[in-house]
Design a protein around this ligand. Structure first.
Ligand code: TYM
Length: 346
């Protein structure tokens, strides 16, 4: 299927505890996508809060609804504008679950079984008492493929950890088109050159993550400025003194992570930062990064508080977004049903 005009799609899990990795790796790109999409040329950015993905692990139904509001408010506070993008809740648009089932017919079981996220999450759950690994967790990437393919998206902005899922999405689209004729668009992932993999401040060999690592290694978008500064001051580095990226031999991951964060926040290059901090030592540098991140996130936190206080308005925004989303996804689903020979003909 040849792609139409540029169409951006991405999804994000509902949690009030979005961290700096989510912000730098993904949310920042969502806003850029919205800004650069040329509506006059039919370009569009679509963002989805994926409550249906969140039910694949243990959760509380009432809390899930609250977390969707939290995430909606974070995205709006970060700069998404429902007048200029489509912002909606996945569970409001049934086409996602329907397409997920249909795509199950062209998804290899073996492909799902080798997904890194499946293996890691499954292992995490199995270590807990009363562990329950759901079939949903295994099927998760099929739903993610459905999210993207239902909109014939051409671009998917994500952080580095989603690369494998997007590659699988492409494979599923390819297999569908080979089997049933050109129907779906194979999307490209858009992974930022800087900030695609923000690392845990206490364990710079592991990515910053909502589920792994401790609280002190993770900076939340909604953290108070003092808490942010404190986390950066106690960030793990190495025994050296030079604020400089390491070579291929490694050992400087902590400093490299901080340099990368400061690059994004300041919009500067790493050389500039290395020059600025020459001879100034790690303590000074860590304080400077903490201050910069605290200033960077403060306006988001302030706007969030205002937006989050009006859940009725958030629901209205999501409902309007879902209506637009359905209008785009339904014709694609109709083509898919037709191509697959299911349901009554059109
Ligand atoms: P989620 O909610 O875990 O993460 C949202 C986005 O944040 C990125 N990210 C990071 N980027 C840089 N450094 C990090 N340490 C870091 N941690 C997370 C993720 O790559 C992601 O882009 N399965 C997806 C949600 C999803 C989706 C989709 C994404 C569902 N359907 C369709 C794209 C297209 C997830 O759990 O993201």
């Amino acid at each position: 299927m040849s792609a139409g005009p540029r169409r951006i799609f991405s999804g994000i899990q509902p949690t009030g505890r979005k961290h700096l990795g989510n912000y730098i790796g993904a949310i920042r790109q969502y806003v850029e996508g919205q800004e650069s999409a040329d509506a006059g040329a039919g370009e569009l950015a679509i963002y989805c809060i994926v409550d249906l993905h969140a039910i694949t692990v243990a959760y509380d139904p009432e809390e899930l609804r609250e977390r969707v509001h939290d995430t909606t408010a974070i995205l709006l506070a970060a700069g998404l504008d429902p007048e200029r993008c489509v912002l909606f809740r996945q569970g409001d648009v049934r086409q996602h679950t329907e397409l997920c089932w249909l795509l199950g017919g062209v998804t290899a079981w073996g492909d799902l079984n080798r997904m890194t996220q499946w293996k890691v999450k499954r292992e995490q759950i199995e270590q807990q008492t009363g562990a329950f690994v759901s079939a949903g967790l295994f099927n998760y990437p099929v739903l993610q493929a459905a999210d993207v393919l239902a909109y014939r998206a051409t671009e998917v902005p994500v952080g580095d950890d989603q690369r494998q899922h997007i590659e699988l999405t492409r494979e599923i689209a390819r297999r569908f088109n080979e089997r049933f004729g050109p129907t779906l668009v194979e999307p490209e992932h858009v992974i930022p050159g800087v900030g695609a993999r923000i690392m845990d401040l206490q364990d710079p060999m592991s990515k910053m993550s909502t589920t792994a690592g401790g609280e002190s290694g993770r900076v939340y978008v909604l953290d108070e400025p003092d808490a942010i500064r404190k986390k950066f001051r106690s960030a793990v580095t190495d025994s050296g003194r030079e604020v400089r990226r390491g070579g291929p031999e490694g050992g400087k991951e902590g400093i490299e992570n901080l340099i990368e964060i400061l690059c994004v926040v300041r919009g500067a290059g790493p050389e500039e930062i290395e020059t600025e901090f020459e001879g100034r030592g790690y303590g000074d540098f860590k304080s400077a990064v903490g201050d910069a991140v605290a200033d960077f996130l403060a306006p988001v936190r302030e706007r969030y508080a205002e937006l989050r206080s009006d859940p009725g308005e958030l629901e209205r925004t999501l409902a309007a977004g879902a209506e637009s989303a359905r209008a785009i996804a339904e014709p694609v689903l109709a083509d898919v049903r037709d191509a697959m020979g299911v349901a009554a003909p059109r």
